[in-house]
Design a protein around this ligand. Structure first.
Ligand code: SF4
Length: 333
C-alpha cells in the first residue's frame, strides 16, 4: 500500500539531572507518542516552532538518537515491514544507509580538513561500494547531478559557497543509495536568493533517485512548496496532519491557524487577521494537562484542561487528521 515507514507511538525523553550526584529530576518529553506513516516517494513536511520536537523526531528516525519507546517499521526490499529498532547489528548497519539525513548547516556538516573526495569516499568504502575507480565514478556522477563539476572533488569545503556546500551535502547523502532522506531545515542557513535553487534541485533529485523526503522546517511557505502532506507538531506531539493544500486552505487546529496567520500572503486583497498566540511554549518537562495547547488557545474550554485529545480523522475527509476537542472527527476505531 505504498508505505515505506510506519512510525508507531514513538517517544524520545531526555533525563533532566540535578546536583552533584546528577539525580534525575524529570524528563524533557521531546517526542511524546508520535504515530505517522510515510508513503514511498512522497515528501512529508514536519513543522512547528523551535522546541516542538520536529528535529528530535527526524534524528530519531535516522537513528542518531535511540528512542525511549515505540516502533519504527520500515519496508524492506521483499515487501516485509519490520521494526528497525529490533534488528541485529549487521541488519542495522545495512538499513542505516537506507535512511540518511541532510542537516541545516552546510558549514559544519563537511569536515574542513578533508577534500570532498575524502568525505564521500568514507561512507562508500564502509559500505563496500566498489573499487577506487568505481567509487570515483560514483562521486563524479553525484557531483554532476547536483550541478557541480566532477573535478571539484579534489577541493576543500572552504572553496565553496553556502549553496554549493549544501548541494555537496545532498550529494553525499545520496552516495549510498538511500530510500528516505530526512531534510532538517536544509535551506534555512542559506541566502534567500539561493534557497529556491536548492529546493528545486532537491525536487529534481527526488524524481531522479525515487526518494522519499521527510522535510523539517519552521518556514511554512518552504514546507508548503516542498510537501505532499504536512504534520504540524506542538510540544512533542502531532496536532494536525493533512495534505499540503488542505492544511493551508482549511486548517482545523487552532495552533495551525495561528501559524498560518503569520505567513504573509502575496495577494494584498486577501489580508488575513493575524492570530497572536498568548505566552511562550510551555516547558516540555511539565507539559500542560489535557490538551497541551490549552494554555495558549483562544478557543479553550473546560474539557481541554483535563482531557487530552487524540489525533483523529476529520469528519468527511479522507486524509485530514486533527487533535482537538472542538473539531468534529470520526469515532476512533
Ligand atoms: Fe484549543 Fe481545546 Fe482544541 Fe486544544 S482541544 S486546541 S485547547 S480547543
Amino acid at each position: 500500500d505504498g508505505i515505506i515507514l510506519d512510525i508507531r507511538n514513538l517517544k524520545k525523553y531526555y533525563p533532566v539531572y540535578k546536583g552533584f550526584l546528577k539525580k534525575v529530576v524529570g524528563y524533557v518529553k521531546a517526542v511524546d507518542d508520535v504515530s505517522l506513516i510515510v508513503r514511498k516517494g512522497e515528501t512529508l513536511g514536519l513543522v512547528g516552532e523551535s522546541g516542538c520536537g520536529k528535529t528530535t523526531l527526524g534524528k530519531t528516525i535516522v537513528r542518531l538518537h535511540q528512542p525511549t519507546a515505540g516502533e519504527l517499521r520500515y519496508r524492506f526490499k521483499n515487501g516485509e515491514m519490520r521494526d528497525i529498532l529490533k534488528l541485529n547489528r549487521e541488519e542495522s548497519f545495512q538499513i542505516r544507509k537506507k535512511i540518511q539525513i541532510v542537516f541545516q548547516d552546510p558549514y559544519s556538516s563537511l569536515n574542513p580538513i578533508k577534500t570532498i573526495y575524502e568525505s564521500f569516499d568514507e561512507p562508500l568504502r564502509k559500505h563496500n561500494m566498489g573499487n577506487i575507480a568505481e567509487r570515483k565514478a560514483i562521486i563524479s556522477r553525484l557531483l554532476e547531478s547536483v550541478n557541480l563539476r566532477p573535478e571539484y572533488m579534489y577541493r576543500y569545503p572552504n572553496e565553496f559557497s553556502g549553496g554549493q556546500r549544501q548541494r555537496i551535502c545532498i550529494a553525499r547523502a545520496l552516495c549510498i543509495n538511500p530510500d528516505v532522506i530526512v531534510c532538517d531545515e536544509p535551506v534555512s542557513a542559506l541566502d534567500v536568493s539561493i534557497q529556491a535553487q536548492v529546493l528545486n534541485l532537491m525536487k529534481d533529485l527526488q524524481q531522479e533517485f525515487k526518494l522519499t523526503y521527510i522535510f523539517i522546517a519552521h518556514d511554512l511557505s518552504v514546507v508548503e512548496y516542498m510537501s505532499d502532506r504536512i504534520a504540524v507538531m506542538y510540544l512533542g506531539q502531532v496536532v494536525e496532519l493533512a495534505e499540503s493544500s488542505a492544511l493551508y486552505l482549511t486548517p482545523k487546529h487552532p495552533y495551525t491557524e495561528a501559524l498560518l496567520s503569520a505567513v504573509p500572503t502575496p495577494d494584498l486583497n486577501k489580508k488575513k487577521d493575524r492570530i497572536v498566540l498568548k505566552g511562550d511554549v510551555p516547558s516540555p518537562v511539565n507539559p500542560p494537562s489535557g490538551c497541551r495547547f490549552h494554555t495558549r488557545c483562544h478557543l479553550c474550554q473546560d474539557i481541554c484542561r483535563t482531557e487530552m485529545p487524540t489525533l483523529r480523522k476529520v469528519k468527511g475527509t479522507d486524509d485530514h487528521f486533527v487533535s482537538c476537542h472542538l473539531v468534529e472527527t470520526e469515532d476512533a476505531t
